[in-house]
Design a protein around this ligand. Structure first.
Ligand code: NAD
Length: 477
């Protein structure tokens, strides 16, 4: 049994004032793996006070100093990337290759942010005035469980690059990832109080961060429902908010796409991270004239997916994070059938031989229409909905017919056409012919997928406030 009973405040590990214990269940076995002791409102307030006290000095640190800190953070996080990957696999069933890759990326994030910071114009002339970009203040960081350490690292690195101090409230389901990351961050030797980490419940520690007057900005990644609650609370003290929320991303196959490649890619884009990805391409839009071919290819690709213990490199689909999430996915599969979608493969229940953990059958529905629940709501599991269209205009309208706007995918052998279509999709990122990585380009959503952007210069700007100095200032720039 792993017992995690420390939080990190003002440069040291400390026992929380809160006494509530939360169970940590391994989703692969369904068995209890440990317990985490949760912080409470008093812990949150102590952490906020530490971050507030550290702000005046840290906000005046030089770019060179912060660059040195980011380098040290990178080195410390990279040194334990293997252990961090094991924690992802155990804690939420993150598949082997993705967990290794994401843990390496978690470290790399610090160097990417360092580079962006070094190239950023923190002072410039606009009109006749000097404009300086100042750190926004004390930041509250709230993250989900689907790769918590990675989200924390990105937000923390960017806040530090801006000269902000911060308090992190990670998902209560990610205590082991958090512990490893906190030990690495401690190793890097930043001034006490610059970052603080408080395990705790969302409606306790998260709510306190959202309401506390000494928090100047919230950076949140999680569900649209919770994001709205945070934004409502945050407005009372006019906090800046960056919200990275849910999605129902369209994957649009144009009629000239290479279907033999694009359909297996669509299965991957939907099932990535066990289907528990905000960016999952969960709606596959295909020309009605090619529907039969798509059905055959999708069945073959979904049935080739190996489900099982995520520590096995041959497995690409692990379990759902919790029983609750498993039940939620089962509910959507049943709803798809009840509303008349055609189940091509998969369906309700567990895959044969995997009766212990929270495993779901790789599922594909065809005959899905835009008003069906499975075409509209974020499922967060390996369930692909195939919708047929007649014309390109109709396909674009269907892709945009969603309250979300996080990502979209387009496949075509005609790149000019793919780009024309991409220009008409209402999404923060559009991937052409594949699923691509870029941790410098902006990431975030249109519509109810969020507010603001992360990564690169746009992400850094969101932790900075422009201050214009008018009159005789420009000559002192
Ligand atoms: P969640 O919204 O339930 O929880 C996210 C975090 O918010 C957790 O730390 C939780 O404790 C906290 N929280 C809960 N209630 C709160 C409250 N009242 N006040 C403050 N904080 C509170 O999300 P989840 O189940 O952990 O993650 C899955 C969701 O996250 C999905 O909707 C997914 O699309 C989204 N997500 C978005 C992105 C993105 O970058 N856009 C990335 C990953 C996940």
């Amino acid at each position: 049994m792993r017992i995690i009973d420390q939080i990190y405040i003002n440069g040291e590990f400390t026992t929380p004032h809160g006494t509530e214990l939360a169970d940590l269940v391994n989703p692969t076995t369904g068995q209890l793996a440990g317990q985490v002791r949760l912080g409470d409102v008093e812990d949150a307030r102590r952490a906020i006070a530490a971050a507030k006290a550290a702000f005046p000095s840290f906000s005046r640190s030089s770019i060179a100093q912060r660059g040195m800190y980011l380098q040290r953070l990178h080195d410390a996080v990279l040194a334990r990337a293997g252990e961090a990957a094991a924690a992802l696999m155990e804690e939420y069933g993150g598949p082997y290759a993705g967990s290794i890759g994401r843990s390496q990326y978690t470290a790399k994030m610090f160097l990417d942010v360092k580079q962006v910071m070094e190239a950023h114009a923190f002072s410039k002339t606009v009109g006749k005035s000097k404009v300086v970009l100042e750190p926004v203040g004390v930041v509250g960081i709230i993250t989900p469980w689907n790769s918590s350490a990675w989200f924390v690292a990105n937000k923390l690195a960017t806040a530090i690059a801006a000269g902000c101090t911060l308090v992190v409230k990670p998902s209560e389901l990610s205590a082991w990832q958090t512990q490893i990351l906190a030990e690495c961050l401690h190793q890097a030797g930043l001034p006490a109080g610059v970052f603080n980490i408080v395990n705790g419940r969302g409606d306790v520690v998260g709510a306190e961060l959202s309401a506390h007057p000494d928090i100047n900005k919230i950076s949140f990644t999680g569900s649209t429902l919770v994001g709205k609650t945070i934004a409502r609370t945050a407005v009372d003290t006019m906090k800046r908010v960056t919200l990275e929320l849910g999605g129902k991303s369209a994957n649009l196959l144009l009629d000239d796409a290479d279907f033999e490649k694009a359909v297996p890619m669509a299965i991957q884009a939907c099932y990535m991270n066990n289907g528990q990805a905000c960016i999952a391409g969960s709606r596959l839009l295909v020309p009605a004239s090619r529907l039969e071919q798509v059905r055959q290819l999708a069945i073959a690709a979904a049935e080739a997916v190996v489900v099982g213990d995520p520590r096995d490199p041959g497995v690409s689909l692990g379990p759902m994070v919790t029983r609750k999430q498993w039940e939620r996915v089962q509910h959507y599969i049943r709803t798809g059938i009840e509303e008349g979608a055609e189940l091509l493969t998969g369906g309700s229940g567990r895959p044969a031989g995997l009766e212990q953990g929270w495993f779901v059958k790789p599922t594909v529905f065809a005959g899905v229409t835009p008003e069906m629940t499975i075409a509209r709501e974020e499922i967060f599991g390996p369930v692909l909905s195939i919708l047929a269209y007649d014309t390109e205009e109709q396909a674009i309208a269907m892709a945009n017919d969603t309250p979300y706007g996080l990502q979209a995918y387009v496949s075509s052998t005609d790149l000019a056409r793919a780009n024309r279509v991409a220009a008409q999709l209402v999404a923060g990122r559009v991937h052409i012919n594949g699923v691509h990585d870029d941790l410098i380009a902006p990431f975030g959503g249109f519509k109810q997928s969020g507010i603001g952007r992360e990564f690169g210069p746009y992400g850094l700007d969101s932790y900075l406030e422009p201050k214009a100095i008018l009159g005789e200032a420009a000559q002192y720039a």
